[in-house]
Design a protein around this ligand. Structure first.
Ligand code: C5P
Length: 398
């Protein structure tokens, strides 16, 4: 992935749909960024969107008349919604309200923007924005599931403070983050055409049907890496241990629990061009997990542990090995341990971090180790770090 200054959408025709919600003000900035990236932008606004931002704002920013009505847009043959959508490389609806998503999921076409979406022959991406309860509501969940099954890319939402004063999931992504996702959706980006397999999160090794051994990995770094790879245009499969995170747009996710399940899923997904092992795989599992709940006893309990397979080392040793990237979380002497691990597992690239500074956090300080040496990445949020990593990886590959 690229920093937003370097995102190029030159030659791409994008319809920016704006629906009614307070986040509509972000659409003005997004429109500016799209134009700056070289896109040919037509803005289509719903009636509700015009209660928040005027068409004149979007006209001034896009340099083109704004589309507001199915009837006014009709040209000679009255088929303007068909022509416009045929001509586009992508329709991007940002913000997409709960009501708009509901209409989209049901194939409604009672205004210009819904008609454009239904008549399209190009990709469709939506950046939802709504109150957290609306986002969590069962009908919205159903609509989202339907839209994803229909191939619509869902960008965000983000968590944080909301216009209504509540805090939670439902904020529209920042315009720069929406922009960052577009090259990948348009088949551009440094990893276009590449298959990328990512592992993320902890593993859970059963002791008995109700207990298990796990670790404090949140999965945030692995999910950020999967997102950054998708933004860079890759076809991404994410094999994830138990986490509470949402799947990044355009990423296919396989859920697993134990290291053995993770290994099986990874091997099934090969061959791949790139394998990025971010998961904190348990080094040991219980030799014989009990099939019934172990009863408490004053005598204490001794568990016999056996080593788990090293998924990364196994993949890196295959004759058809992808380009393999490892992660090493250390609590001390980072450079020494990380470089030793890179050589032992025969990896072209290894990402080192201090476990105590990173686990469960939203930001990380990383060091990349490759054949050329060390490349420190000063502390930044995990998505920014993941984007740096993918840029570095793409440079090594090319
Ligand atoms: O050896 P260590 O566990 O520190 O190596 C970390 C790297 O190896 C990470 O990339 C991790 O995802 C991967 N790994 C693995 N399977 C294991 C243990 C670690 O793929 N059983």
């Amino acid at each position: 992935m690229q920093g937003i200054e370097t995102v190029s959408l030159a030659g791409k025709k994008i319809i920016l749909g704006v629906t009614g919600g307070i986040a509509a003000y972000k659409a003005a900035e997004l429109c500016r960024l799209l134009v700056k990236a070289g896109a040919d932008v037509r803005v289509a606004m719903t009636a509700a969107a015009q209660q928040f931002v005027t068409p004149l704002t979007c006209q001034a920013l896009s340099g083109k008349p704004v589309l507001t009505s199915l009837w006014e847009a009709a040209s000679g043959d009255g088929m303007e919604h068909i022509h416009l959508s045929r001509d586009a490389d992508l329709i991007l609806v940002a913000p997409a309200s709960a009501d708009f998503l509901a209409k989209l999921a049901h194939g409604r076409a009672d205004d210009l923007l819904t008609a454009l979406c239904l008549a399209r022959a190009c990709g469709l991406a939506v950046a939802p924005a709504m109150n957290r309860e609306m986002w969590a509501a069962a009908p919205t969940r159903r609509n989202l599931e339907q839209l994803q099954a229909d191939g619509v890319s869902v960008l965000g939402p983000a968590a944080g403070e909301q216009a209504c004063g509540e805090t939670g999931l439902g904020r529209m992504l920042e315009p720069a983050d929406v922009l960052a996702a577009l090259p990948g959706l348009l088949g551009r980006g440094p990893l276009a055409g590449k298959r990328v397999l990512v592992t993320a999160g902890p593993t859970f090794e059963a002791i008995d049907p109700v207990r298990g051994l796990t670790n404090r990995s949140s999965g945030k770094m692995g999910y950020a890496v999967a997102q950054a790879a998708a933004e860079a245009g890759a076809d991404v499969c994410l094999v994830s241990g138990p986490t509470c995170l949402a799947t990044p747009a355009g990423v296919r996710r396989i859920d697993v629990h134990s290291a053995a399940e993770m290994r099986d899923a990874v091997l099934r997904e090969l061959p791949s061009d790139i394998f990025i092992a971010v998961a904190a795989v348990a080094d040991y599992r219980v030799e014989a997990a009990a099939s019934r709940k172990i009863k408490k006893s004053a005598a204490g309990l001794t568990l016999s542990l056996v080593p788990n397979p090293d998924i990364l080392a196994e993949v890196a040793a295959r004759p058809d090995a992808p380009f393999c990237v490892g992660f090493a979380a250390e609590t001390e002497r980072l450079a020494e341990h990380a470089e030793a691990k890179r050589l032992k597992k025969k990896l072209p690239l290894l990402v080192g971090n201090l476990a105590q500074d990173t686990l469960g956090q939203d930001s990380a300080e990383l060091v990349l180790f490759d054949e050329q040496g060390r490349h420190p990445l000063p502390r930044a949020d995990k998505l920014a770090q993941a984007r740096h990593l993918i840029t570095h990886l793409a440079t090594l590959l090319n």
